[in-house]
Design a protein around this ligand. Structure first.
Ligand code: GTP
Ligand code: MG
Length: 442
C-alpha cells in the first residue's frame, strides 16, 4: 500500500475534522494539503488542480447552506473525488480466455503470470501458463518454478528463440484449458523489436486479452506508457504491480485512468497471493486506513460529537477575559456575526464589539496579559482606579482602553447570561454549534 500518500491524506482529514470551526479557511487549508500530497504522489498537476477546485467548490457550497454535519459531508466529497480520479473497479469474468501479458523489463510480468493463473485457478478454472520470453536468461526456470508453487500447468521451450512457435505448440497442448496465460519478453523501451515480437505472438495466439503490466513506481508515466503500448500493439487493460512499495501508486493509477486504460488488477507484494482485482473504492479506503466509507464517516461522526461536546462545555463555562478574547478573535474570522445573532433572535450585539480593528485587538490582548490570573477569571475584580491604572501602565495602553474592554466584556457577559437562562436560546445555540458554522463559543 501506498502508505505515505495515505498517511498524509489521513492527517489532512484529521486536521480538518478536528477543527472547532469549519469555515472557508479550514476548507482551503484542507484543499491545499490535498494538493501538496497528491502532487508529491505524482498525480498529474492539472488533474490535482481540477479535482481540488471541485472539492473546494462543493465543500464551500455546503458551508453556505450551513449544512448539518459539515465535516462528514466534506470528508465524503474528498473520498468520492479520490475514488473518481483513481478509476473504477474490475470484476473478472470466469469465462475461457487466452491472455497475453506484455510490458517493459522488470515490471513484474513473470510474477504476474503466476499470480493471475493462481487467481483463476482458485476460482475453479483450468489454467496453463506459457513462457514466451525468449530474451531473459532463465525466464523459463523462473516461471516454471512459480507455476510449480502455484500448482499451474506450465509450458516452455528452452533454447527456442521463436516465441510465436512456442505459443503455437502451447496452444496445441492446452486446447482443453479454460485460461491460457502467455508471459512475453520485456525491453528497456517500447521499440520496433518488441512491437514486432508481440505482433507475431498475437497473430498465432489470437489473444482475447492483451494486458499491459506496469510498475507503480513510474507514477504518472504510466499514462503515457499505456497509451504508447495501446497504439503500438493494442492493450485491453493494465495490471499495476508493486502498488505496495511505491508512494507513486496513486499517480500511476490516476494517470492510467486519465489515459483511458482500464486497471484490472493490482499487485501488492512479492508473494503469489499479493494480487487482487482493482477497485478504486477499496483502494482509497485502504489508503485511508478504513475498510470503507461508512467506517470513515463513523469516525468523523465521533470526532464531530466530541467537538460539539467541547463546544457545549464552553457554553457551560463562565465567560472569562481569556475566553472573551478568543471569542473576539474567532468572531472576527467568522465574519457576519450579527446575522448569526439575529437568526437566533438575540438582541443586537453592538457593532463596535464584533468589528474590532486589529490594533484594538492587540491592545485588548496586552491588557488581558497584564491582568493577574484572578482578574482574568473574574474581571469584576477590576473596578478601582488603582487596578485600572496598574493594568493600563503594565500593558502600555491607556485607562480609556482598559475601561472600554471592561465595558464590552460586561455587555457580552450579560448577553450570555440571558442566553443561558433561556432554554429555547440554549437549544438554538446548541444547534448552531452542531452546524459547525461560525459562532462565538459561549
Ligand atoms: N513488492 C512487489 N514486488 C513485485 C511485485 N510484482 C513483482 N515484483 C518483483 O519485481 C521483480 C521483477 O519481477 P518479474 O516478474 O521478474 O518481472 P518481469 O517483468 O517478468 O521482468 P523481465 O522478465 O526481466 O522483464 C521481482 O523481484 C518480483 O518479485 C509486486 O506487486 N510487489
Ligand atoms: Mg519476466
Amino acid at each position: 500500500m501506498d502508505l505515505d500518500l495515505g498517511k498524509r491524506i489521513r492527517n489532512a482529514i484529521a486536521a480538518f475534522t478536528g477543527k472547532a470551526y469549519i469555515d472557508e479557511g479550514a476548507v482551503k487549508e484542507l484543499v491545499k494539503e490535498l494538493q501538496r500530497t497528491l502532487i508529491s504522489a505524482d498525480v498529474d498537476v492539472h488533474l490535482v488542480l481540477k479535482v481540488t477546485k471541485e472539492i473546494e467548490k462543493q465543500a464551500l457550497e455546503l458551508e453556505a447552506h450551513k449544512d448539518l454535519a459539515i465535516r462528514e459531508r466534506v470528508v465524503k466529497i474528498v473520498y468520492d473525488k479520490l475514488v473518481e480520479i483513481l478509476g473504477e473497479n474490475y470484476e473478472p469474468k470466469l469465462d475461457n480466455r487466452k491472455i497475453l501479458l506484455l510490458g517493459l523489463y522488470g515490471t513484474g510480468k513473470t510474477t504476474t503470470a503466476a499470480k493471475l493463473g493462481k487467481y483463476y485457478k482458485t476460482r475453479g478454472m483450468r489454467v496453463a501458463v506459457v513462457c514466451a520470453d525468449t530474451d531473459r536468461p532463465a525466464a523459463y526456470e523462473q516461471l516454471e518454478q512459480l507455476c510449480n508453487q502455484a500448482g499451474l500447468a506450465f509450458y516452455g521451450e528452452k533454447g527456442e528463440k521463436g516465441s510465436e512457435k512456442i505459443v503455437e505448440h502451447a496452444l496445441a497442448k492446452f486446447g482443453d484449458y479454460n485460461i491460457i496465460i502467455v508471459d512475453s519478453s520485456g525491453r528497456n523501451a517500447l521499440d520496433e523489436g518488441l512491437i514486432d515480437e508481440l505482433k507475431r505472438i498475437s497473430a498465432v495466439m489470437q489473444p482475447d486479452e492483451k494486458l499491459l503490466v506496469l510498475s507503480a513506481d513510474i507514477g504518472q508515466v504510466a499514462g503515457k506508457q499505456a497509451q504508447a503500448f495501446n497504439e503500438g500493439v493494442g492493450v485491453d487493460g493494465i495490471i499495476v504491480t508493486k502498488a505496495d512499495g511505491s508512494a507513486k501508486a496513486g499517480g500511476a493509477l490516476s494517470a492510467a485512468h486519465t489515459a483511458n486504460a482500464k486497471v484490472m488488477f493490482i499487485g501488492t507484494g512479492e508473494h503469489i497471493n499479493d494480487f487482487r482485482p482493482y477497485d478504486s473504492k477499496k483502494y482509497v479506503a485502504r489508503l485511508l486506513g478504513f475498510p470503507d466509507l461508512e467506517a470513515l464517516i463513523s469516525k468523523v461522526k465521533e470526532v464531530e460529537s466530541e467537538m460539539t461536546a467541547d463546544s457545549m462545555k464552553v457554553v457551560e463555562e463562565k465567560l472569562t477575559m481569556k475566553t472573551f478574547l478568543e471569542q473576539l478573535r474567532a468572531a472576527k474570522k467568522m465574519g457576519p456575526l450579527k446575522e448569526v445573532f439575529s437568526m437566533m433572535g438575540a438582541p443586537d450585539v453592538p457593532d463596535e464589539i464584533i468589528s474590532q480593528g486589529e490594533d484594538k485587538m492587540k491592545r485588548f490582548e496586552a491588557i488581558i496579559n497584564s491582568m493577574t490570573p484572578e482578574e482574568r477569571e473574574n474581571p469584576e475584580l477590576v473596578k478601582s482606579a488603582e487596578r485600572i491604572g496598574r493594568i493600563a501602565k503594565g500593558s502600555g495602553t491607556s485607562v480609556a482602553d482598559v475601561k472600554e474592554l471592561l465595558r464590552q466584556f460586561d455587555i457580552v457577559s450579560k448577553m450570555m447570561h440571558g442566553f443561558k437562562k433561556d432554554r429555547g436560546m440554549r437549544r438554538k445555540i446548541e444547534h448552531m454549534l452542531r452546524r459547525g458554522g461560525g459562532l462565538f463559543k459561549f
